[in-house]
Design a protein around this ligand. Structure first.
Ligand code: URA
Length: 427
């Protein structure tokens, strides 16, 4: 059956529902070039305003999955659990979680992405480890997971070709922040990556795609239902992204913080947050553990050992992994008043880190792995005027405007606010 794209655009524009055959034709034709970008843009914009039913989202997702390689992990013994975050600032969670879960014998085969704008990317952080290889063939990737139980690599170019085209188009047509399009984009890649079960970390707040809890809940529910509908057990955690996760924002320093957590350091709150995520991943693989049992694998070195095994297997040199940041310019930011940290805006902190050299304003930019920010206080912490609340690191001069930008991200007041990392779990 063949269709005319203009008819499908008009259908969506008028709020009608597309059937599976129409969606399959549209996505296949877009990938072959028979449907041009200008028509696909019009369709994305019509979808932006008219939305999609759950069935349309599922059909779109599966049509996208079929436009690339689908990885078969079934020859790796055990239930394979994947994890995906919708992005944030200071998000080094995968680098801690993957070895932690693997330390309980549950294999994790994870493909990660790069950072853009205020958000960081797991791949960039791992590449701050000299020699760490992120480009693997699927066979190499599977062999490593079979041998040592874990691997984190870059996403294969052969996966979900439709998403590459569509995401680039959405990026320049104002159609990125739309729940059905985000859900199908993320879930098509997760489904094609072959894991049996998926933990989704849906971030919400000032530093995230989703700015309010209602939208985050809808996105999480949409993705959980999608995953479950195609036989992948899926759970979503809604994570608060109103301040950065943890204390380091950058690349090398985030790896150092991951090592600190993996060796039993950092705060109880951060360790517990990671342990809850690990508990869900383990449950998805049929392994029941208490958070205390999970945290024990930080203290006994087993989770850290798994990270070291992964780095060595992927050619990385971990000898300087915990060294402090070394840059030409270092600026300490003091609190300048008494009170409690009430706000530490993740978006602004992420943008300052990017301008220090730790991130990319455009996809073509390169990254300075040593640049970044170390936070010394977080929301709810009491501070005095001379307390250093953050240190900025860069190899370019750090001007007054950037310092002012960082300071505008912070509010110090008289109220001691509570801050929870996990807001909800959607099963
Ligand atoms: N991440 C993705 O992979 N796709 C989106 O559409 C948004 C975030």
């Amino acid at each position: 059956m063949t269709y005319r794209m203009v008819d499908l655009i008009q259908k969506k524009r008028d709020g009608e529902i597309l059937d599976k055959a129409e969606i399959n034709w549209m996505i296949e034709s877009y990938v072959t070039g028979a449907v041009p970008d200008y028509q696909m843009s019009a369709f994305a914009m019509a979808t932006y305003f008219k939305g999609m039913t759950s069935e349309e989202i599922a059909d779109l997702t599966m049509a996208m999955v079929k436009t690339g390689e689908q990885i078969d992990l079934s020859d790796i013994p055990g239930i394979k659990v994947d994890k995906h975050s919708t992005g944030g600032v200071g998000d080094k969670v995968s680098i801690i979680l993957v070895p932690l879960v693997a330390s309980f014998g549950v294999p994790v085969a994870k493909m990660s992405g790069r950072g853009l704008g205020h958000t960081g990317g797991t791949l960039d952080k791992l590449e701050s480890i000299p020699g760490y290889r992120i480009e693997y063939s699927i066979e190499e990737f599977k062999a490593q997971v079979r041998d040592i139980g874990l691997s984190i690599i870059g996403q294969s170019d052969d996966l979900v070709k439709a998403d590459k085209l569509l995401y680039a188009l959405r990026d320049v047509t104002g159609t990125v922040d739309q729940i059905p399009l985000i859900a199908s984009s993320i879930m098509s890649k997760k489904i094609a990556s072959g894991a049996d079960a998926i933990l989704l970390d849906v971030t919400v707040g000032n530093g995230a795609f989703m700015k309010n809890i209602d939208d985050a809940r809808i996105l999480a529910r949409t993705m959980v239902d999608l995953g479950n509908a195609v036989g992948r057990k899926t759970v979503a955690v809604i994570t608060n992204m109103n301040q950065p996760l943890g204390y380091a924002v950058g690349n090398h320093n985030e790896i150092a913080e991951a090592v600190e957590v993996l060796t039993g350091g950092s705060t109880k709150e951060f360790r517990t947050y990671i342990a809850v995520l690990a508990q869900i991943m383990l449950q998805l693989a049929g392994v029941e553990k208490t958070t205390e049992e999970i945290i024990a694998n930080f203290d006994n070195g087993q989770a850290y050992e798994k990270l070291m095994e992964m780095i060595a297997a992927q050619g990385g040199d971990a000898s300087n992994i915990s060294e402090p940041l070394q840059t030409k310019y270092i600026v300490e930011i003091t609190a300048d008043q008494h009170g409690f940290i009430e706000k530490l805006g993740a978006m602004d902190v992420g943008l300052v880190a990017m301008k220090l050299g730790a991130g990319r304003a455009t996809k073509a930019d390169s990254i300075d792995f040593q640049a970044g920010i170390n936070l010394h206080a977080k929301i709810g912490d009491a501070v005095s005027p001379t307390d250093v609340i953050a240190t900025l690191y860069s190899n370019q001069p750090i001007g007054d405007a950037l310092i002012a930008e960082f300071k505008s991200a912070v509010n110090i007041g008289s109220e001691q606010k509570e801050y929870k990392e996990i807001l909800e779990i959607i099963r």
